[in-house]
Structure formats: structure tokens, C-alpha cells
Design a protein around this ligand. Sequence first.
Ligand code: GDP
Ligand code: MG
Length: 718
Amino acid sequence: MRIALAGNPNSGKTTLFNELTGSAQHVGNWPGVTVEKKEGPLKHHKDVLVVDLPGIYSLSPYTLEEVIARDYIVKEKPDVIINIIDATNIERNLYLTTQILETNIPTIIALNMMDVVKKSGDEIDIEKISKRLNAPVVGISAAYGEGLPELLSKALKAEKKAVTDEKIFSEDVEAAIEKIINKLPDNLGEQRRYYAIKLFERDEKILEELNFSTDKELDELITSIEDKYDEDSDSLITNERYQYVGNILKGNVVRKAHISISTSDKIDKVVTNKWLALPIFFGIMWLIYYLSITTIGDMFIGYVEEAAAFVSAKATVLMEAGNVSEMLQSLVNDGVIGGIGAIFTFVPQMMILFFFLSLLEDSGYMARVAFIMDRIFRKFGLSGKSFIPMLIGTGCSVPAIMASRTVENVKDRDMTILLTPFVPCGAKMPVFGMFIVMLFPTMAWVGPSIYIIALAMIIVSGIILKRTKRFKGDPAPFVMELPTYKLPRLKGVIIHMWDKAKAFIIRAGTVIFISVIVIWFLQSFSPSLKYIGVENMDDSILAAFGNAVKFIFKPLGFGNSWATPAAAVTGMIAKEVVVATFASIGSVVPIEFSQVSAFSFMMFTVFAAPCIAAIGAMRAEFGNTKDTVFALVFQTGVAYIMAFLANTIGNLVFAGTDATKLQPLDYTIMEDASEAVDISGGGQIVLVIFGLIIAAVIINIIIDKVKHSGMKTAKKGV
Ligand code: GDP
Ligand code: MG
């Protein structure tokens, strides 16, 4: 049995999905969070599959994610639909409901957010509405788990009723629909009314699908009604639907007179104010960076370093006792522990950053940022819609690139895919963290300035690209509802952080693990494949490669050592690997940066071709290799120019000051390893926390695997 969750964006579908299935999908207080359908078995009823669909406003799709939702409902026909409605916005939400009911799939209506309704003192007569709609309605509060047992029992018992083809439109329209139904082929069965209405609306996709594109009779029938009402058939249907919804709600929804403007509106007056909006946004970003990197995050760094050194020392003792060869010891210490340890150093900062970002998301502020950005983006030919994927990109470019599906216009969409990787993702955080901690310890503005420059470059690139034939044209209008502000729920924030930690640990155990081994190999062997040990890495394959290409980076200010080109290339695998590369090279060969050249390197990291996973996502969303290659060349070109500018201007402006003085990057982890057998309280806590998280992730993966194989066998059984 399949239960599909359908409803408007931001109505609480994913929250309900998580409650029903016990999974931890991303919930955010803004539309467009879910772009792909997610499936999972119902808790305690493993034979029931729950499907979380992307949000839709109607069954006439405009964007890709809406197509996904409609096709699932109409073509794959779930056994039951739970139509989730935001009860605080019931009029607009019921518009979709009328269409869902037309498909004649058994539907339960879940009036969500009843907690908010009750708080505001509004009253909704659920029973009467249910009677009028001729469908079961249950009041719930997904976030607090209220009303779910009743909802579930109704959903599990839902049965197909006789096809009644409830008439909801005016007589003329109903008569026309009736005539169209009679023209339809028999095999449409219970969905004939749905199809007839779509034909009446002249829905092009459906006209083609049913071979009615050239049907004269149909055209005349529709035109006669359009002439009579002096209105397009589709807007006629829209209007009559709203009238019907209005009639149903009349007398059944009592709104307490809200005389004073709501808190949300009050906050918005300030936050989206023409002059204050941007300063507030940057202020918030600065504060978040200040807290996550400079203050709280910095506190943790010492502890993590200590913990890594401790693990390394213990491993050395163990390996020496076991008579392990020098080469293998070097692999474990210099390669794996040194490399991954250096990245782990910055994980607490990453987690704190995500904690704050998800607070912003769940509160509803991020939706405002998209709205604010639309005002700016639009002037430069981009839409605020493009900013939503970019917000997701602050976490990871892969889901962000997928989120570009919320952009209707194909050109806007392709441009969004191309520009989204410019947003500094979580994996680039350790790179910035490393430089900020080592070279800019007292300058909290460096972090946010990277965001501001990235944003500016997105706009500039947009302007440039808009001038090319490929991307010409005005952006589609920006229509997005602003959700009301909500107090972020701890559960949502924790889910978000857990997701990030899990994703990172999985990467650390796979991609990053393999890359540090490869890097270790490249730096421990000579070009003639002789083991030379990391002490002699100046003669290694990696050094030979770096020396051969470092001239390319000379104009950017970081071509003096072979380590930087090497790190720039290894960063393609995963951006965190840049840190690992520096750490393992830097423990033997001093790597020197000035503040200016470090900033230049950060610029290069922000804009250069993203990691392999993101390139794959770009390829998938573009759907062709040509655009992907163009994007990569464009991105790397921008990276080069920006780094060049940063270095050149920096050296001019700060000539003679400390900012241009070369300083060695200070990697103490490896040097201290042999002595760090004693470990402080802070280091122990870090070890325990990481140990617990890693254990939890592993258990989680195992459970997932077991569940999955269980589901497959169940399917086979059927
Ligand atoms: P979706 O877009 O339909 O998947 O909606 P989400 O599940 O992502 O939820 C949107 C927002 O509504 C999130 O901020 C949720 O925390 C919040 N939310 C969901 N259900 C409820 C509820 O019953 N009561 C309240 N107060 N908030 C809720
Ligand atoms: Mg969702």
C-alpha cells in the first residue's frame, strides 16, 4: 500500500513524513525544500510505503518539481493521498484539494498547524467542511504529533468510493465537462473528470497526450463558453474553484478579528526594509561567522588537535609494538590520521555554523533573504528564485544544484546551476577556517567578506552571461509566499546538524579517506616509484607535478611552493582535502602564505570548479556535457581572475605592511604526536563526542542497509 503526502509548499508534509516514518528528512520554513519525492516505510507497518512529494499549488505544473508531484498522483496513482493543508491558510490550500479530489483517489485531508489556529483563537468547523467536501478531514499538528493516530487509522482504512464526479462548477461549465467526458476514451476510468477539466482548460500537455490537439468540436465547445463569459476557460475554472472553496468555508471558519498587525508583519517591516534589509543580513552573517569560527569554534580547535595527536600517538605505540613496517606507519600517521585529523579540526566550526544557519532557515528568515535578494537580483536579470538554491548551497552544492528545479524558466535554471557552486559550501569551510585561524585570527570580517564577494560575483557573472545569446531574456516573475515566522524547533535543527555530521563522516570514511591515501602515495614515492618517505617529499611525484604547474599560479601569489597547486588539484575530489593536503605536506615542507596570498587562495577556492560530486550533479541537471564543460571553464576562469585581482590589488594596497609578509602555516599536530600521550579534559570530551557520533553514523548506515534489503524482499514477495 502506498500513501502519498501531497499539499502546498511549506504546509508541513515533510514534518508529517518524518513523524510517520521516523526518518530525518530536511524540514525548512520556506517553500522549495523538497524537490524530489522521498519514500519510507510507515513506522510499525512495514508493508505501507509513505511518499513525501514536493509541494504544489495546483495540478497544473509549471516547474520540474511540480511535474514530479503531479505525475506521481495522476500516473502512478497511490492507494491513498493524505492532502496536507496549512490550516492557517485554508482558503488557498483548498484550491489544490478540489483538484486532488477530482482524481478520485481516496483522499484524507489533514488540516495541519492546528496548534497555531488554536493559539490565535480562530475556529474551524472540521466536521461541516468534511461533509461539504464529501471527504474525511482530520485536524492535526504534525510538529507536535497531535491527531496522527486518527489520521493514520483513517488513511489505512480509506477505500475507493463510487465515482461520484462531484459537481462544483457553474451549470454551463459542468454541461461542457459532461460533454467532454463523453468524448473521452473509456480507459481513463475514474480519472475521466480530471482529464475532462484539463481538456477544458486547454492544458497543452493533456491535449497532446489524449490526441485532442486538433479536435474542432472540442475547440468550438470551449470557445462558446469563453465567449459567453468573456473569459479564458482556464481562468474561468480557477475563479469558480475559488468561489466553491469560499462557499464551503462560509460560516465554517471563524477568524478572530486581528486588529493589530501580526508579529510576522512587524518583523518583516524591519527585516525587509528597503534600507535595512542588506545591512541586517550581512550583520547576521557576520555574527554567525564570528561565533562559529572565531569564538566558540576556536575554543574547540585546540581540543580537536589534541585528540588527533593522542590518537596518532596511540596508533604509533600500537604499530611499533606490532612491528609494523615504517612505510605502513607513515601511511597511517602521515596519510590517514594527519590528513583526516586536520579536517576534523574544523568540524566543530562547521557544525556550529550549520546550527545557526538552520536556526535561520527554520525561523523563516531565509525565505525573506530570497525576497530581499530578488529586489537586487532582478535589476541584474536574475530572479530571486535563483537565490533559493544558492541558500541551500551554503550547505552543499549537490542538493543546491538539484534545487534549481524550482526555477521555472529554462535559461534562468541553467544559469542558476552554473552560478550556485560559487556559494561557499560547507566543505569549503575548513579551508577558510584553516586560513582564518592561522593567518587572520583577530579579523572576524574575513569570513563574511568571502560571502559578500561570492554574492557580488554571482551578480556580475549574471550580468555578463545575460549578454550572451544563450541566456538572453528577462527572468520569470518571482512569486513566493513568505511563511510566517516560527520559533525554530530543536528537532528540526538537530536533524539538520545530524545530516551534516553524517554526510561529513561518510565522506571522511570514503572519498576523503581514499584521497588522503592517494596523496600520501604521491608524496612518499618518487617519480620512478621508489619509496622515499614523507621526509623527502621534495623529490616526490606530487612535488614534481606541483613544480611543473606552479608557474600557472605565480600571478595569483601562491605559486612559490609546489604544495599549493597540488592542493588546488586534490581539492577537486572534495574541498576538505585541500586542508588534508596542506597539513600532510606542511608538517614536513614549510608552506608559506602572506595574508594577501592566503586571501587570494581563498578566492580561488570559492570560485574554482566544484568537487566531483557537484560536477556530477551539474551534468545531471544540465542534461548534457557541453553546458557542463562550459560551466567548469567559466567557473575556473572566474576563480583565476578573482584570485589574480585579490593578489594584485592586495599587494598594491598593503605594500610594505605585515599583510604581505610570508608566514609559514603552522601544523603542529604531527610534530607533537609523539609526546601527546597525556590528554586534557577538553580533548577527552572531543574524543568521546566524535566516537559517539561515528558509532551512531555506522549503526544508522547498518540499519538503513537492513531496512532496504527488507523492503526489496517484501517487494519481490508481492
Ligand atoms: P513542507 O514544505 O510541506 O515539506 O513543509 P515542512 O515539513 O518543511 O514544514 C514547514 C514549516 O512548518 C517548518 O518550519 C515546520 O517546522 C513547520 N511546521 C510543520 N508542521 C507544523 C505544525 O503542526 N505546527 C507548527 N507550528 N509548525 C509546523
Ligand atoms: Mg518538504
